[in-house]
Write a protein that binds this ligand. Structure first.
Ligand code: SF4
Ligand code: SF4
Ligand code: SF4
Length: 331
């Protein structure tokens, strides 16, 4: 395998092969040091890494896993050549840790809807935080949590992100291969509908009138839900330039659905990603916010946040390369 890509502007610099900590791979070349850390999440995306099974052995020839609590007792405080981050920033401790971890990582990759969009826990962002916490926990005073659960990119620069709940094993392998060979990952930026067409799936919305978010959702899953006869609920998050408001209007007009019902369709794992976020707000907020007396808009600070609603979004998308030495053609 060839060298890993050059350092990003955010990383510590230093070529992967010059890493004095890296143990040699076959042939005497040090392997990039890889760590996997977790914030607020269910571990499902980490399990997708472990589910690579036989491929893990091959990968271990090219990467040195220095910290991955789900898989190993090895621990390292860095530096890391590649750091995978699962989960959203949801507690004061997360806020402290993410900045420190970013300083240790040459390439930072967020994995899954929690890390890239805030996850299901970001539904509290529309609600009254204290009321929400009291509704869930019998002794809420013992629970330290922030009023908003936020994606990693809202706090630190992110080099690549893998979407989905959980992430796609195929996209994970593509990213790892690209990192080790020093090329741009080939990850499609298109709607789930395209995957339906390629696979010959009959459209559940056209044929059965089932609400489907596939038109505004990034592909990567292989259109699993339409293949099973159900609508997409957007777990890979919005694709670039998705017209979520237009789809919301269509779903209300065509299916006699209420604004609340349509808002709930968008209020899933990637609710806090724009433009799903503003669409939900325009439709009156989440059902949980209404039940807990929330304001119906995004709580905690300015909305949209300073610097734009979509802070630090997808880094692998065409025209937005974040790794030096990798151009838009993936070379
Ligand atoms: S994105 Fe889904 S599978 Fe991954 S950690 Fe979050 S909840 Fe779990
Ligand atoms: S089923 Fe959904 S994702 Fe598939 S073509 Fe129809 S609208 Fe698009
Ligand atoms: S079809 Fe939609 S909800 Fe289903 S796995 Fe794919 S992106 Fe997620």
């Amino acid at each position: 395998m060839a060298a890993m890509a050059h350092p990003t502007e955010h990383g510590h610099g230093g070529h992967a092969h010059s890493n004095e900590h890296g143990h040699a791979a076959r042939g005497g070349t040090p392997r990039p040091r890889v760590a996997v850390v977790k914030f607020a999440s269910c571990d499902g995306c980490q399990l997708t890494i472990l589910d690579l099974e036989d491929l893990l052995l091959e990968l271990s020839e090219h990467f040195e896993i220095v910290d991955f609590p789900e898989a190993s007792s090895a621990r390292s405080n860095g530096p890391y050549d590649v750091l995978f981050v699962e989960g959203s920033v949801s507690t004061p401790d997360h806020l402290r840790r993410i900045g420190e971890l970013r300083k240790q990582a040459r390439v930072l990759v967020t994995i899954g809807a929690c890390a890239t969009s805030g996850g299901i826990q970001a539904l509290r962002n529309w609600a009254d935080h204290d009321a929400y916490r009291a509704a869930v926990y019998p002794t809420p005073e013992f629970v330290e949590s922030l009023a908003r659960a936020t994606p990693i990119a809202e706090h630190v620069p992110v080099d690549f992100e893998l979407r989905g709940c959980p992430i796609s094993p195929d996209q994970l392998v593509e990213l790892l291969t690209a990192l080790v060979t020093g090329r741009r990952p080939q990850l499609r930026d298109e709607a789930v509908c395209m995957e339906c067409k390629r696979r010959g799936v009959v459209c559940v919305m056209s044929a059965q009138g089932i609400a489907c978010l596939g038109q505004v959702t990034q592909t990567g899953c292989g259109a699993i839900c339409p293949r099973m006869g159900r609508g997409c609920y957007g777990c890979f998050g919005p694709r670039e330039q998705a017209n979520a408001a237009g789809l919301a209007r269509y779903l209300q007009a065509s299916g006699e659905r209420s604004a609340e019902e349509v808002g709930q369709l968008f209020a899933g794992f990637t609710a806090y990603s724009e433009p799903f976020r503003s669409t939900i707000t325009d439709l009156g907020g989440t059902r949980g916010a209404r039940r807990t007396g929330g304001a119906g808009h995004v709580a905690g600070g300015a909305y949209p946040p300073p610097g734009g609603a979509a802070t630090g979004r997808a880094s692998y998308l065409p025209g937005r390369p974040r790794m030096e030495g990798i151009d838009d053609d993936g070379r």
